[in-house]
Design a protein around this ligand. Structure first.
Ligand SMILES: CC(C)(COP(=O)(O)OP(=O)(O)OC[C@H]1O[C@@H](n2cnc3c(N)ncnc32)[C@H](O)[C@@H]1OP(=O)(O)O)[C@@H](O)C(=O)NCCC(=O)NCCS
Length: 409
């Protein structure tokens, strides 16, 4: 059975969002629903129809994302859902195929997404491209090393988030290209970041903000909520949930973290951070940072040639890769990737390949975290025809800092 696919119009929004709510088991508050609608790019939605019923949906957020050495237009895949009554009939597969073709026609070379489960997207050529640490620091474990940078010109100012929206937007835009995976936020995204109705608070109180600034302006900010609580023994037992902490320099970064980790009546801080967060270097006793790892951003090379030519590389590299890609046949061929300090080029070739590599594995290293590429090479899951070629590729694709998008889209 086939399910015709097309974008929806605004009148079809309720049926579109219902598929999402049924698939995820969500009951959004009307204000959350309105925000979601306002952020929807209707011409980039796709819906699969079973007669008059929308049975599966997806959408795209169009944005610019940082990649190693620059920024790129990226298709941010979102809202992927299939009605529970229509699962496992190939609807997601046909939506993914159509969407990849649409992205290719539009000329975007990279797609990215957050996965609800990590087993879903590898089959569609997406690679696990960024990880994150979900961390908890209990007091008094948040002490810093004595040589932590300090700047007497810095002060921390407690502000209402909505009142400093313009400063937050400006500051975020100024640092967005410093870490691969970060993406430029439009007004709809900021509406979500600063949303503070009761359903957004999830029992943790209103959104709070501190700015680190000096006479020249903002040098960083933190957004968080505090779940205030006292134990039966009367001892303060608050939890600070840190949503975001961004700084433009190390002293501002340390000052913000100090404020967050040293709040009165707060027993613990919980948040998600990049795997190479500088906080690890500040802590006197890093073992106090209890962390679990999770995958974060997934990336798809929709156009291998353009994507590989559009990033920088850590070292010179010259490899011929036979790329395997069932869904995007224009990628499935031999490519010669050469890069040095003057730039990178990826062009078609008929030369003997140094390695045969699935497109998802190549994509996993695109943002600069080569953990999956190296692991798959070491696990014998990439055919290497010239000994040492994969090591060369891993070294060249690695990037500092490691990728992290930092906010679900
Ligand atoms: C995940 C979801 C979109 C899959 O849709 P679907 O139409 O059932 O998927 P398909 O029938 O096209 O399945 C394609 C393949 O993916 C596999 N697959 C589907 N969902 C999977 C999952 N959650 N984990 C692992 N494999 C999965 C199928 O088994 C199938 O494998 P096969 O080709 O080897 O037979 C759907 O189950 C859903 O809406 N889930 C809840 C919401 C959600 O998690 N969405 C993803 C948001 S990032």
């Amino acid at each position: 059975m086939t399910y015709p696919i097309r974008p929806i119009d605004a009148a079809e929004w309720p049926a579109y969002s219902d598929v999402l709510n049924e698939a995820f088991g969500w009951t959004p508050h009307p204000t959350q629903n309105e925000r979601f609608k306002a952020g929807t790019e209707f011409d980039r939605t796709l819906a699969a129809f079973d007669g008059d019923t929308i049975a599966g949906v997806t959408g795209i957020c169009t944005f610019t994302m940082a990649v190693p050495g620059g920024t790129l237009p990226v298709a941010g895949v979102t809202a992927v859902s299939v009605l529970p009554s229509h699962r496992r009939r190939g609807i997601l597969s046909s939506l993914m195929k159509r969407q990849l073709n649409d992205i290719h026609e539009r000329g975007e070379s990279v797609a990215a997404l957050y996965a609800s489960e990590s087993g879903i997207y590898g089959r569609f050529g997406y690679g696990m491209a960024a990880g994150e640490l979900r961390i908890r620091i209990e007091k008094p474990g948040g002490g810093f090393n004595r040589d932590t940078p300090q700047d007497p010109a810095l002060r921390i100012r407690v502000v209402k988030p909505a009142g400093v929206r313009a400063e937050l937007e400006r500051f975020h835009a100024s640092i967005v290209d410093r870490r691969p995976g970060r993406y430029a936020r439009n007004a709809a995204f900021w509406d979500g970041v600063l949303a503070d109705e009761e359903p957004d608070q999830q029992g943790s109180g209103s959104l709070r903000c501190i700015l680190a600034e000096d006479a020249n302006g903002v040098r960083g900010y933190a957004l968080f909520r505090i779940k205030s609580r006292w134990g039966d023994d009367g001892i303060p037992d608050g939890t600070l949930n840190l949503n975001e902490l961004e700084a433009g320099d190390p002293a501002a970064y340390a000052a913000l973290w100090r404020d967050v980790l040293d709040r009165d009546l707060v027993r613990r801080t919980e948040t998600s951070r990049p795997v190479d967060d500088p906080l690890l270097g500040l802590l006197l006793d890093p073992r106090q940072l209890r962390a679990s790892w999770s995958d974060e951003l997934w990336v798809r090379l929709v156009d291998v040639r353009s994507a590989l030519s559009s990033r920088s590389y850590a070292t010179a590299v010259d490899v011929v890769l036979e790329v395997e890609d069932e869904l995007c046949p224009w990628n499935a061929r031999r490519w010669r990737l050469t890069a040095d300090a003057s730039g990178a080029e990826c062009k078609p070739t008929e030369e003997q390949p140094d390695a045969t590599i699935p497109v998802a594995t190549l994509a996993s290293a695109y943002m600069g975290d080569t953990t999956m590429l190296a692991a798959r090479a070491d696990a014998g899951m990439i055919a290497e025809h010239r000994p040492g070629a994969l090591r060369e590729l891993v070294t060249a694709m690695a990037w500092t800092p490691k990728p992290w998008a930092g906010h679900v889209f």
